[in-house]
Design a protein around this ligand. Sequence first.
Ligand code: ATP
Ligand code: MG
Length: 269
Amino acid sequence: MVVVRQGPEHDQAATKPQRDGTSPPQSDGLNSNHNGALRNVSQSIVALQDVQLTLTSRAGPVEILRDVNLDVEPGQSLAVVGPSGSGKTSLLMVVAGLERATSGGVEVAGHDLTSLGEDELALMRGAEIGIVFQSFHLVPTMTALENVALPLEFAGATNAFSIARELLHEVGLAPRVDHFPAQLSGGEQQRVAIARALSRSPKLILADEPTGNLDGKTGRQIIDLLFGLQRRRQATLVLVTHDAALAGACERTIRMADGRIERAAELVA
Ligand SMILES: Nc1ncnc2c1ncn2[C@@H]1O[C@H](COP(=O)(O)OP(=O)(O)OP(=O)(O)O)[C@@H](O)[C@H]1O
Ligand SMILES: [Mg+2]
């Protein structure tokens, strides 16, 4: 079935090669109104209200997300579980502003994503969100160091390479900084991808099956690393996983089924 997205912005957004590499002002959880005064926005770092995501296909509209309501508190770790096709990745895409909700409220780190244009969304993403995917999306012609430095350079950091070096050290890759992705193991590539996602100290880390391409032992190392970084940086982690043990390591779990969050199934550790 061929399916096309509703709305002109979608394809542009979804195919952006650098999802976390743009430059922006840091938000402090407060927004300026038109008079320049500050107002408090939602305390939640993620607040989704009655979110619907509908795509159109030749066969008609396809409801991908339905009546999704979700609040995630700052610093929380949240696992998103559910069967294949239940909407987990789509949920992350909406939170990341890579996918526009068809209707409903989407607030992330104090930004009302529904009111932002594509450029503003990209700036917000670069400043507030670190995204870790199942496949690593590293630039093959750049070394580990250059891959991690890239978003910092986009953001205008003068010390991009020294920060990138420290981050690679933090993920245990100091001896591999000058290696190209093809010269790194899967686990090492994922560590580079995590270092890159965290390079701008995002408040929110979105991870979509970050261990899906790794063997069990390497996967556990990656998870320990991710949780360790999340705690040290007091970031919020939203983690999509098929692994029940991994979900159990999060403070809270939501289960998705057929585009909805199954409220009754929510677990808080
Ligand atoms: N670009 C797209 N065009 C059309 N339909 C899509 C698109 N992306 C996802 N879908 C559909 O939306 C539904 C949810 O997909 P999604 O990728 O969010 O599922 P998921 O829970 O992440 O699954 P998995 O565990 O297999 O990764 C699926 O039925 C899928 O076919
Ligand atoms: Mg998925």
